[in-house]
Design a protein around this ligand. Structure first.
Ligand SMILES: NC(=O)C1=CN([C@@H]2O[C@H](COP(=O)(O)OP(=O)(O)OC[C@H]3O[C@@H](n4cnc5c(N)ncnc54)[C@H](OP(=O)(O)O)[C@@H]3O)[C@@H](O)[C@H]2O)C=CC1
Ligand SMILES: CC(=O)C(=O)O
Ligand SMILES: [Mg+2]
Length: 758
């Protein structure tokens, strides 16, 4: 997101209150543990616990490696801290570090499907810390040390690496160094500099700073001045020194950061908020490279830099500016690769491989399916994109493969892979690409704020969605309803600045006369009297809201929580039309762990004929592609390829033949039963089937089957079911289910406003 698009704001678009609410909502914190095996029956209990559990116990006692087969060990990483250097907030103790450590654990899961648990150890004693961690080796596949201050972190990590036979990795040192090095390589490339000619100034001489400096020196940067709270670290300095700082002591007359910064090509900030001034930045060399990486607030903000330098490449550790240089780009993927080949350690070769993979990725052309993850906004390598963003769906494939290969080549992999293509496939399957698209759409929504008409503005759930829309920076909520209840509702939600919300009351709106004229012109030849139309405009919020859309008051309309779909749809269609020549239909999305299943048409056409089925399939396939997945369409029935025969089966077979005739450019098959479509073992009974894998688009034979199965899944399956999404309307209108949460409403609005669903 470019700075101007943020409106030049220098603060978060959310406050502490929202961050606290986020953490307290539902289950406190950010983690829960779920069972990976069913625990439904007496038999399950016997297998999982006594007596069944004795079998894996004996197997592991006989062969310790069997723990990787029979327990979670091989995919479990401990995030361990004592809270002595929590981000850039300082030594606030073990307990206070827990939100960060829980956060790291969920990032492991979200980005690389690594299970992770946080452990906060209440000690600043190095020996006690080491003793506690080393005896935990049986439990974990790897140890991620976090937010432990220097110089203790160096002793802790070195000793644990010597004593433990699983990867031990201090994220603040090496994770940060890998990502910073990738960014520096690309920034040097962009500014046409050679590493050996560049002057680097590092502010901070702790865990992150020392490791970053070492890695960047290994890449060829020779002239380095490092500073800490006592200024420049020069040869001969005695105050506040230790052996790790001494290794980087320079021969120089500079004594302060201000002096060191003069003429510097690169600045790395790994110290504290506000440590750098605009004057210092102004004194740097042309095209300065400025990585202000302190969290949560950088040494200097990109806005402050922009005021004095227009030629700088700027990165921070935060996700709300371009170029996020943060170890989140590294640790999930590095451990993924290390765990997958059961590496005994994470060595220099693996770190270099990760840095190079990250740097390469940013330089690659962004393919269309990845652009979908950015809401269609293609990224190109340049000043505002020197490093991939955390939601880039290619990271899960490229970085772990590079790391695993380096582990194999350097001899630390205990279980090398032999088939790289199969490993890449396995990695891709770990994450659901739709999640990346949703994340990308959110980013796109923030950079192109839109006006959303919430037609049911007095409803509590709608107000919560509207507040979330506004505070997330997606744009202006336009609320339909009476002013007093809406203002009361906003006050209950602690909104202080109501000027950010627009309220339209259909009883008193000055737009009503024009609305009546427009609608009467449209409906008079459908048997509506002027007074019928007047009543509809005044009393039917969906009609009023749709007219607001029609008159350009909003960009997107969201409704649906107070009336059933059919009623709402009828009201909307009084005013708004489908795309020319198109027939609207509905798609539900069932968002699973590694894939999303799409079901259509779940809302409009009761008994689609063959032509309609074929068109629904084609248009759903287009939606699926925009959501980052390659469609594999199954036309569902109770029968498989004509067996048993039946009346509605003919329609479906004809739809498949029509797609053949039309030369449809996606995989499709039918008619098949749901289990043959989804279960590879059953599909194998039909080896001629044209689907290359389980279907992800289920085209239902009729509205009954579609709507019932979507709702059954929502109520029973425990999966996240979104929709129905209304496709093919000329203006972006979405009709949510009456059960929609505020989050669902926002997601629907985001997908509609970014054109991912249309
Ligand atoms: N973007 C990212 O991915 C990451 C960012 N970081 C950030 O780096 C910073 C340091 O973290 P970490 O290395 O773990 O912590 P440490 O406690 O190990 O090191 C902190 C270092 O910063 C120095 N320092 C503090 N304030 C100043 C100042 N005003 N001017 C100069 N030096 C200063 C300290 O100096 P002295 O030695 O004199 O006490 C010390 O050397 C934090 O802000 C953290 O958020 C860390 C990891 C990853
Ligand atoms: C990002 C991180 O790990 C830190 O700031 O400490
Ligand atoms: Mg950290």
């Amino acid at each position: 997101m470019a700075m101007e698009e943020r409106g030049g704001s220098e603060s978060n678009d959310f406050g502490d209150r929202e961050a606290l609410n986020f953490h307290i909502r539902g289950r406190p914190g950010k983690i829960e543990i779920i069972a990976s095996k069913p625990m439904a029956t007496q038999r399950d209990l016997s297998l999982a616990y006594s007596p069944g559990v004795a079998a894996p116990v004996r197997a592991i006692a006989a062969d310790p490696d069997a723990a990787y087969d029979y327990t979670i060990k091989g995919n479990l990483v401990a995030v361990i801290s004592n809270g002595t250097a929590i981000l850039g907030l300082g030594n606030l103790g073990a307990l206070a570090s827990k939100p960060v450590m829980e956060g790291k654990a969920v990032l492991f899961k979200r980005f690389a499907d690594v299970d992770s648990i946080d452990l906060e150890l209440a000690t600043e004693d190095v020996d006690k810390f080491i003793a506690a961690v080393e005896i935990m080796e049986p439990s974990f596949g790897g140890i991620n040390l976090e937010d432990i201050k220097a110089p203790e972190c160096f002793i802790i990590e070195t000793t644990l690496k010597e004593r433990m036979n699983i990867p031990v990795f201090h994220d603040d040192q090496h994770g940060t160094a890998i990502v910073a090095a990738a960014g520096v390589i690309n920034a040097l490339h962009l500014t046409g500099r050679r590493p050996e000619d560049a002057k680097l100034v590092v502010n901070g001489a702790g865990a992150a700073a020392i490791a970053c400096t070492e890695l960047i020196k290994a890449y060829g940067v020779k002239t380095v001045l490092m500073c800490d709270t006592n200024g420049v670290i020069y040869q001969g300095r005695t105050k506040g020194m230790n052996q790790w700082k001494s290794a980087h002591a320079a021969i120089t007359d500079d004594r302060t950061l201000e002096e060191a910064m003069r003429g510097a090509d690169i600045f790395l900030g790994l110290s504290q908020k506000g440590a750098v001034t605009a004057e210092m930045v102004a004194s740097m060399a042309p095209q300065p490279i400025i990585f202000a990486m302190a969290n949560p607030d950088p040494e200097i903000t990109p806005e402050e830099v922009a005021r004095v330098r227009s030629d700088a490449i700027v990165a921070t550790g935060r996700s709300d500016y371009p170029n996020q240089v943060n170890n989140v780009l590294c640790f999930p993927y590095l451990f993924r690769g290390a765990l997958d080949v059961r590496a005994t350690s994470i060595n220099e070769d693996m770190k270099l491989a990760a840095a190079n993979a990250l740097a390469d990725l940013a330089r690659q052309q962004v393919p269309d399916e990845v652009a979908a993850a950015y809401g269609g906004k293609a990224r190109t390598f340049g000043r505002d994109y020197i490093i991939p963003t955390p939601f880039d769906p290619r990271l899960i494939e490229q970085v772990p493969v590079a790391v695993a290969k380096a582990a194999i080549a350097s001899g630390v992999a205990r279980k090398p892979f032999t088939d790289e293509a199969a490993y890449r496939r396995e990695l891709r399957m770990r994450l659901n690409p739709t999640q990346s698209v949703l994340a990308g759409a959110v980013e796109a929504a923030q950079s192109h704020p839109r006006r959303v008409i919430f037609a049911e503005g007095e409803q509590e759930v709608v107000l919560r969605a509207a507040v979330s829309w506004q505070t997330s920076g997606y744009g202006t909520p336009v609320l339909v309803g009476r002013e007093a209840p809406i203002l009361e509702g906003l006050a209950r939600l602690a909104v202080t600045d109501v000027s950010a919300y627009e309220i339209h009351n259909s009883s008193v709106s000055p737009l009503v006369p024009e609305m009546v004229e427009r609608l009467y012109a449209r409906l008079q030849r459908r048997g509506y009297l002027r007074r019928d139309v007047q009543r509809m405009v005044n009393h039917e919020r969906n009609v009023f809201g749709s007219l607001l859309m029609e008159m350009g008051v909003g960009d997107v309309m969201i409704t649906g929580v107070t009336r059933n779909f059919a009623t709402t749809y009828r009201q909307v269609r009084h005013v708004l039309d489908p795309l020319s020549g198109r027939r609207p239909f509905g798609v539900h999305m069932v968002i699973g762990k590694s894939e999303t299943i799409f079901i259509a048409d779940t809302v409009v056409t009761e008994r689609p004929d063959a032509g309609q089925l074929a068109t629904i399939a084609e248009e759903t396939a287009a939606v699926v592609r925009r959501l980052g997945q390659e469609p594999r369409v199954a036309f569902l029935s109770y029968s498989n390829f004509g067996n048993p025969p039946g009346e509605i089966v003919g329609n479906i077979r004809e739809a498949v033949a029509l797609l053949d005739e039309r030369g449809a450019a996606f995989e499709y098959e039918g008619e098949v039963s749901a289990d043959v479509a989804l279960n590879p073992a059953l599909k194998a009974l039909y080896p001629f089937s044209r689907l290359s894998g389980p279907a992800n688009v289920l085209i239902m034979p009729g509205l009954h089957a579609a709507n019932i199965s979507a709702k059954l899944l929502k109520e029973l399956a425990g999966a996240r079911v979104l929709g129905p999404f209304l496709v093919n309307m000329a203006s972006p209108v979405q009709i949510a289910p009456m059960t929609a949460s505020a989050g669902d409403l926002v997601t629907m609005a985001v997908l509609a406003s970014t054109g991912v669903v249309k």
